[in-house]
Design a protein around this ligand. Structure first.
Ligand SMILES: Nc1ncnc2c1ncn2[C@@H]1O[C@@H]2COP(=O)(O)O[C@H]2[C@H]1O
Length: 410
């Protein structure tokens, strides 16, 4: 009774009212973590905390919980569900520590409301406050969910745009690669027993390496091996432009062609347009090889009679550096069974795990060892030697190899 009198809600109750409550209410003990009731349970009593602490919980899902508030000694709760017919609990109540509550059955609660207008009025104020608070909570909850949704939507939009951009870039690269594949020949003129084999491997999606073999007359081939001094898409664009320029040029004189080509490349004003190249003519009837080496790695000449390899001499700077560049036209005579090996610097610069480069010495040894093989066999043997040396280390530069096997028909 004394305890009931100290509960603020019951402060104005008459002795009769307090006695009625006291006779009908009972104490319930709750161990820590015990549920007094769950949200959505049917309400059949209201409560006052006698000892300990309870927590009011919104149970939103199996794992989601929101604490509405803590109830200390003297707190009154559990009345909302009693005010509507067959009302259910708006929240669950759980003991935080070992606690006790005074349980007032619905019948006693209704008698109180009917008998004491002041209590009914207080109850009305509590309900109004609950409704307002729950509206605010719902609004804030909605705003929060809206923010989460907006964030998720923005993230999704960004991810979609990024995926689209990547797909487009990948498609463009694929188109570029395809275009480039068509720019380098795979079928070569096979005349008078001269067989050519070539292979190119870009370090990135696209490459700055290129080669070209054209038949200029019945007995004359032009052979070009070139390397744009850059990698990737930029190099590939310069490569396509350079190839176009070369195609339209007068091919009769190697030295004149390289000099003119240098001026044309300079005239493009592109910084990236620096190209090392070997431009050459193979005169099959005269067994003569004429070439201009513009800053490119020395082609190798396998002399079948001696079984030896020589580097083809002759100097010159890369194309595209200066208008005053100096180039040299050189000649060498070929014997049946000889081979010419052209390559880009990606071949000698191929690295192994230890960081060592394949190098020209190894290349010369390989050409010397396999020089007797036909063109494709020799190209495969050289590439096999490089791959074995690399043992899986990813390439850092484009790698191109072209082999000419000279077996003129008598
Ligand atoms: N914001 C609130 N929303 C719902 N119930 C509340 C809230 N704050 C306190 N409560 C009390 O928690 C009790 C849960 O059971 P009832 O719905 O019977 O009555 C509820 C109120 O007494």
């Amino acid at each position: 009774m004394e305890f009931l009198r100290r509960v603020p809600l019951f402060a104005d109750l008459s002795l009769e009212g307090l006695q009625m409550l006291d006779s009908q209410a009972r104490i319930r003990a709750l161990p820590a973590d015990a549920w007094l009731f769950h949200q959505r349970d049917r309400g059949d009593a209201c409560y006052v905390v006698v000892s300990g602490t309870l927590r009011l919980v919104l149970e939103q899902g199996s794992s989601e919980e929101t604490t509405l508030g803590l109830l200390g000694v003297g707190a009154f709760f559990g009345e909302l569900s009693l005010l509507e017919p067959d009302g259910t609990r708006a929240a669950g109540a759980i003991a935080v520590v070992q606690s006790e509550v005074l349980e007032i059955p619905i019948a006693a609660f209704e008698t109180l409301l009917h008998t004491y207008p002041a209590i009914a009025y207080n109850m009305l104020r509590r309900v109004a406050a609950h409704v307002r608070r729950s509206d605010e909570r719902r609004l804030e909850d909605l705003r929060h969910k809206n923010r989460l949704l907006t964030d998720a939507y923005t993230a999704l939009e960004q991810a979609q745009a990024e995926a689209l951009r990547r797909a487009r870039a990948a498609r463009e690269l694929e188109l570029g690669r395809e275009l480039q594949r068509r720019l380098v020949p795979t079928i070569f003129p096979n005349l008078h027993g001269v067989v050519i084999a070539a292979a190119t491997f870009p370090a990135y999606e696209m490459s700055g390496d290129f080669y070209e073999v054209r038949q200029l007359s019945e007995h004359m081939l032009s052979i070009v091996m070139a390397d744009v001094c850059d990698k990737g898409a930029g190099a590939a664009l310069v490569m396509a432009m350079a190839k176009g320029l070369l195609l339209g040029m007068d091919q009769r004189h190697p030295l004149a062609l390289v000099e003119r080509f240098n001026q044309l490349i300079r005239a493009t004003n592109l910084d990236a347009a620096v190209i090392t190249m070997v431009y050459s003519h193979l005169d099959i009837a005269r067994r003569r090889f004429t070439y201009v080496r513009a800053g490119h790695d020395w082609p190798l000449h396998y002399r079948s009679k001696q079984g030896r390899v020589t580097m083809l001499e002759g100097g010159g700077m890369p194309v595209g550096i200066t208008e005053e560049a100096f180039f040299e036209e050189m000649h060498t005579d070929l014997e049946p069974g000889d081979a010419l090996v052209f390559y880009t610097d990606g071949l000698c610069d191929a690295r192994n795990f230890a960081g060592d480069t394949y190098g020209r010495e190894r290349l010369i040894s390989a050409v010397q060892a396999y020089g007797r093989l036909p063109a494709h066999g020799l190209a495969d043997a050289i590439l096999g030697d490089v791959r074995a040396f690399q043992s899986g280390t990813p390439p850092i530069d484009d790698l191109t190899l072209l082999v000419v096997k000279f077996n003129p028909e008598a």
